[in-house]
Design a protein around this ligand. Structure first.
Ligand code: RB5
Length: 159
């Protein structure tokens, strides 16, 4: 895969279910020239909880300390649920290449979620590269849709 953007700051975080995949992706990202912030887990602890790692990374994306995030747990579901609780985060569980770029191009996805027990490391690496290379198209209809979500998010209804 060519012409990956390397001038963006990337964060990565995983619980025990995504620990091995996080280690593999971190090596590949370093080799590819990315500057990575690793939000943990820094060691395998089978009783740890994904919000402890995913939420700090998602907050860093929301505060623009980093531009993109990679959130991993066993299925990718918990990581996605947690990341999307942070204001300004647009996270999605990705298992296919089309969604890896279209999610950014149309929906301005800023966190990719992966299942360490679901997606193999080779496919995960391809998905991450596609995600990092993609850019939001910024067309009026895409902004309009995201604006509607932002308005909803700001009002914070209880149900
Ligand atoms: C941990 O066992 C597992 O539940 C977690 O990694 C994740 O899959 C949750 O969605």
């Amino acid at each position: 895969m060519s012409s990956i953007k390397k001038n963006i700051a990337v964060g990565i975080a995983a619980d025990h279910g995504g620990f091995e995949l996080k280690m593999q992706l971190t090596v590949l990202l370093h080799e590819a020239g990315y500057i990575i912030t690793d939000f943990g887990a820094h060691e395998l602890f089978t009783e740890d909880d994904y919000p402890d790692y995913i939420l700090p990374m998602a907050k860093a994306v929301a505060k623009a300390e980093i531009q993109r995030g990679i959130a991993i747990c066993g299925s990718g579901v918990g990581a996605c649920v947690a990341a999307n609780k942070v204001y300004g985060i647009r996270a999605a569980l990705i298992t296919d290449s089309f969604s890896a770029h279209q999610g950014v191009e149309d929906d301005n996805m800023n966190v990719i979620c992966l299942g360490g027990r679901v997606t193999g490391s080779s496919l995960a690496w391809e998905l991450v590269q596609i995600f990092l290379k993609a850019e939001f198209k910024g067309e009026e209809r895409f902004k309009r849709r995201l604006d509607k979500i932002m308005v909803f998010e700001m009002k914070k209804p209880k149900v």
